[in-house]
Design a protein around this ligand. Structure first.
Ligand code: FES
Length: 290
């Protein structure tokens, strides 16, 4: 029949049927994919939903600019007894002389670039694949989606099931490396209690910076979703693993604050590095508590 009048052989369009939607929803992906509610508006939110992704994007962008400058500079990262967290452990022979710092020199003098490049792969890889940061930069930079209940501009979605995003699964391995790195930074913070002569009993403002920094780095690392799974996952009966159950409970409490810890530790890393930079470049002397 060519009249266009529905017959009993033409099924009634349902609300989820793409043919019942406005013209623009013919795209076969994203929120206009078959099976999604046929809502023509991009979103129905009336609040300032764009503010959090904008603020997050600006914060991450500022960190990338600052850390790139400091990592590539290869200078002013050691002011005895403090070493910048960007440069520890300092693994190459072109490291600044750090008689009390963590300079293990496992890379010979053939390495002429900034020593930070040798170690930064660990914290950057750990944070770049972190569940929270993934959400943050997917929203802020890829608008995928920009916010809850706001349609994304992309017409296709494969999640993290294909290359390159499937590589995000490497996060659990970065967790172990990041925990090792936290041990080294703990060592650096303890060395902050020694003076220039190597004697214990010194505490300056730099010691405080390194201490607060390492406490927040441990809190962020322990609150990791992978850490939570390693401690309490793959168990059938918590009753048979009371220690793991107790640890899992603690990690779960930290995990609830993972986003706040991610930002707090990122901030103290930058502030600790900036403080060491200012000392090393002679901007001022380290105020001493004792
Ligand atoms: Fe964020 Fe592991 S999930 S550090």
């Amino acid at each position: 029949m060519a009249t266009g009048t529905p017959t009993r052989h033409d099924p009634e369009p349902s609300p989820g049927d793409p043919s019942s939607r406005p013209q623009h929803s013919a795209v076969r992906g994203g929120v206009h994919a078959p099976g999604r509610a046929g809502i023509p508006a991009r979103h129905l939110r009336t609040d300032r939903w764009w503010l959090p992704p904008l603020a997050t994007g600006l914060g991450l962008f500022a960190f990338v600019v600052y850390s790139t400058w400091r990592i590539l500079s290869g200078a002013d990262y050691y002011a005895e007894p403090y070493v910048s967290p960007f440069y520890s452990p300092c693994l190459s022979e072109n490291c600044a002389v750090m008689p009390q710092g963590s300079d293990w020199h496992v890379v010979g003098d053939w390495w002429s670039l900034s020593p930070a490049l040798l170690v930064m792969i660990i914290p950057l890889g750990f944070r770049a694949t972190c569940y929270y940061y993934r959400k943050a930069y997917y929203r802020s930079f890829w608008a995928s989606p920009p916010a809850c209940a706001v349609a994304e501009p992309h017409t296709k979605y494969s999640g993290e099931t294909r290359f390159p995003l499937i590589m995000q699964n490497i996060h659990r391995y970065f967790f172990f490396l990041a925990a090792l790195l936290a041990v080294v930074l703990t060592y650096d913070a303890v060395l902050g209690f020694r003076d220039e002569r190597g004697e214990w009993g010194h505490m300056g403002l730099g010691t405080l910076f390194l201490l607060v920094n390492i406490v927040l780095i441990w809190a962020y690392t322990a609150s990791c979703h992978s850490c939570r799974h390693i401690i309490g996952g793959r168990l059938k009966h918590f009753s048979k693993h009371p220690v793991r159950y107790r640890l899992w409970g603690w990690v779960g409490k930290l995990n609830a604050h993972h986003m706040a810890l991610a930002w707090a530790s990122l901030t103290t890393i930058v502030l600790s590095d900036l403080y060491v930079y200012l000392l090393a470049s002679g901007a001022f002397d380290d105020p001493l508590f004792f």
